[in-house]
Design a protein around this ligand. Sequence first.
Ligand code: SAH
Length: 350
Amino acid sequence: MTALARILADRIGHDGPMTVAAYMAECLLHPQYGYYTTRPPFGAKGDFITAPEISQMFGELVGLCLAQSWLDQGAPARFTLAELGPGRGTLMADILRATRGVPGFHAAMQVTLHEASPALRAVQAKTLAGFAPVWIDDIATLPDQPLFLVANEFFDALPIHQYVKQGGRWHERVVGLAAGRLAFGLTPDASQAGIGDRFAQDPEGSVVETCPAATPYITAIKARLSRHGGLALLVDYGGWRSKGDTLQALKAHAFADPLAEPGRADLTAHVDFEVLAGDWPARHYTTQGAFLTALGIAARAERLAQSLTGVARENHLAAHRRLTEPAEMGSLFKVLALAGPDAPPPAGFA
Ligand code: SAH
């Protein structure tokens, strides 16, 4: 048993089973034993690798998309350049390098980061030294000005609730104890909380997930966009009204049992983009592959390949395929753009 498994088993022994959301929050962000608090999870030696860590092209193209939208919206003299869950700061660093040549962009931006892990904050401070980033703990304190924001693999790390349909009613899935070990169960009482009637027609045995933790983020983003304009690019794996049990644990680049080693494996769930978009009219949605292709990744890849030889060139070409091909990240990952109500459509969405 991991130290965190023992802590959680004790707590469940006292207080009874905990929701999947509470379990996920403890596994990821427990101050002492949480996954993000204790380890650098990314890269070849870590448990998973993200798009900006695969290739600089990802951040460059995201940066150009944001900068183009900033220009299209009249190049506001002050704006927030924000990132949610910046990891090692690689994506923001690539965005900043790619936009260096956009006149006025750097002078107008205030780099603003939202990061729960103190260890990763320290890494970000190093990577982004020279750009005077500020960190905000509470998303409601995003400055009240135009907002250009990116979040890559952030929403998939927010805790989800799971519900299972039994006897025609939804019961919340919980983590309890069976023979002293963590085990999934269901609350005996049915609950409609937070599900609404979107899934009323789903058959017996169906599993649905909700992510109330995403609401404050989406509310804060849309409030800035509607008052001042801007663009939010939300990149993640998931779908439009994604369904089923998508809770997954990753350890050393392989799937693991989500209950086996709390705090030592990454836990994520698919993002339901329909919920994030809500009734926002200025929204655009496509796959990561289509987005990067429309922004010109093929030409950029070719250009970079010219200066590379041997293994470096092979790796670079593989990275291009990995980001865009349907069998790799190209289709599973989606991009949702929320734009200011009066903004022209952002680049990258055909
Ligand atoms: N965007 C980066 C990292 C993705 S991993 C990349 O693409 O490489 C998820 C990131 O979100 C990590 O930086 C993690 O510490 C942060 N994070 C997870 N849950 C969070 C929360 N509730 N609040 C703030 N940051 C969080």
